[in-house]
Write a protein that binds this ligand. Structure first.
Ligand SMILES: [Cu+2]
Length: 140
């Protein structure tokens, strides 16, 4: 009985995937990849590899940039500022808890990084695409 319970408890962690996202690779104002398709229970680990950035959820349209402190929910996220200026490559991990699309950006420089295209999407849809979100960010 104990082993069965233990096995059932372990299954989600065995099946869950981790998705790695680079933040600021090549000193660019960009997330890479820009689109993450993830299942509930998956984790997304963002690693800041240059400058000082944030990983923050925001609106799909309208007030996109800058994303607000605390992020836009439900199930939003905000890493706060994470600096790689000391070469420490700080990380932020988000666990996917729903199937809804989530749109994220960097809040640095009062939204300048966001408007420059430093954005990403988790589980975008055919009606809320990453391309449209990026266009919305650049225009916000
Ligand atoms: Cu940034």
């Amino acid at each position: 009985m104990f082993s069965k319970v233990l096995l059932l408890a372990l299954i989600p962690s065995i099946l869950a995937a981790n998705h790695a996202v680079q933040v600021g690779a090549g000193n660019a104002l960009a997330f890479s990849p820009t689109t993450i398709v993830a299942a509930v229970g998956d984790t997304i680990t963002f690693t800041v590899v240059s400058r000082n950035h944030s990983i923050t959820s925001t609106n799909f349209s309208g007030a996109v940039c800058p994303p607000p402190v605390g992020g836009v929910g439900p199930n939003g996220f905000d890493s706060g500022f994470l600096s790689d200026l000391d070469g420490s490559q700080p990380t932020f991990t988000y666990t996917v808890v729903d199937t809804a699309p989530h749109f994220g950006a960097c809040m640095q420089a009062a939204g300048a990084h966001c408007r420059a295209g430093m954005t990403f999407a988790i589980n975008p849809t055919t009606t809320e695409t990453y391309a449209q979100f990026l266009a919305n960010a650049k225009a916000s």
